[in-house]
Design a protein around this ligand. Sequence first.
Ligand code: MLT
Length: 405
Amino acid sequence: MFTANKDYQKLPGSYLFSTIAKKVAAYTEAHPEEKIIRLGIGDVTKPLAPSIIKALHDAVDEMGDASTFRGYAPDLGYDFLRNTIVEKAFKSRGCEVYADEVFVSDGAKSDSGNIQEIFGANDRIAVCDPVYPVYVDTNVMSGRCGDYDEKTGLWSNVIYMPCTAENGFSPELPGEVPDIIYLCFPNNPTGATITKTELQKFVDYANEHKSVIIYDAAYEAYISEEDVPHSIYECEGARTCAIEIRSFSKNAGFTGTRLGYTVVPKDLKDQDGVSLRNLWARRHGTKFNGAPYIIQRAGEAVFSEIGQKETMEQIVYYMNNAKCILDGLKSAGYSVTGGVNAPYIWLKTPDNMTSWEFFDFLLDKAHVVGTPGSGFGPSGEGYFRLTAFGSYENTVEAIERIKKM
Ligand code: MLT
C-alpha cells in the first residue's frame, strides 16, 4: 500500500500566498460590491515592454517556419541567452561568471526551491527570519528541517538569523555553523539591503566554514543606492562558496511568462571535491527540458538597449509607487522601512495587532490586501508587507483609504 510523503505532511497549513488568495476570494464573495486593491503577492501589473513583445512575435514566427522551427530547447539554456547574461548581468559589473555556469530555467521560484536537491540529506540550513517561504518549505519537503513548533513557529533543525528593527533588518552571521546559508538581497519581505562589506563577511564565513551560500538576487534591478552589491560575485572568494539565483519576473514583468536562471560556478566543490555545477547540470538534464525558445528570445530582448530602457521605465514606475506608500504611511504615523532599493514596504502593525489581525482589519476597513509578516517567519510577527507592483492609481487610492482607517 502506498504512503504519502511524511516530510510533506509536516508543512503547516497551505502555502502563504495560497492562504491569502483563499481569504481574499471568500471576502470578495461576501462583499461583491467592494473594489479590492491587491498589494499582497509581488505580482507585476505593467504589460510586457514593446521590445519584448516584438521578440516574442519574431520567435513565434520562427517556430512556424520549417527552416527555423525548434523542438526541445537545450536543457541548460540556449547559448544566445547564456552568453548575453554573462556579458550584460555579470561582466558589466566586473563579476567572473562563465556561460557554462549559467542555467536557464522557468523562474527563480523553481530554482530556489529545487536547488536544495543537490545537497546532502543531513545538511543544515540557515535562513533569515523573516524569509521568502519557499526556502524553508522545500527543505521541510526534503526532511532537513526537523519538527515544527506551533508555539514558536520555528523548525527544530533550522538555524535562524533574525532580521529585526534592532539590527536594521540585516542578518548577523549564524550562531551555529550551517551547511547551507540562504540570503536574499534586496530582501523579500523586508526590502532591506546588505552592503558589500557585510556580504563579504558572509562570503568569508562560508569559505572558512565550508558552507555554501544560496544568494537570491531576484530584486537586484531595484537597487538605486551605491555600495549595494547587485551580485554576490562582486565579493572576493564568492566563486568557491556561492550560488546565485536571478529572475526575469520582477525586472521585466515575466511573472506569467516564466524565466529565470541560476549561476553555479565551476569552482564550487563540496568537501570531497564534487562539483555542484555538474550535479545541478545532471539534475537539469534529468528533470527539465529547457525553458521555451520563444521565452528565452524574450529574455534576450530584456538585455537589448531598448529592452533595458523600457524595463527601467517600469522599475521607476514601481519605485514611484513605493515612495508613495512609504511617504503616505509615514505621514499617517506608521513605522515603515524598505521601499528604497526594493519594491516591498515593511510596516509595523499598529496597536500591537498581530500580522493576521492587521490583514483582516485592512481588508475589512480599507479593502486593501497585503501580506502578513508572520507568514515569512516568527520574527515577521507584528509586521506587514505591501508591494509597489500595483498601478499608481490603485496605490494612491490604497494609501488614501489606509489613512482614513
Ligand atoms: C512574493 O510576493 O513574495 C513573490 O511574488 C512570490 C514569488 O516571487 O514567488
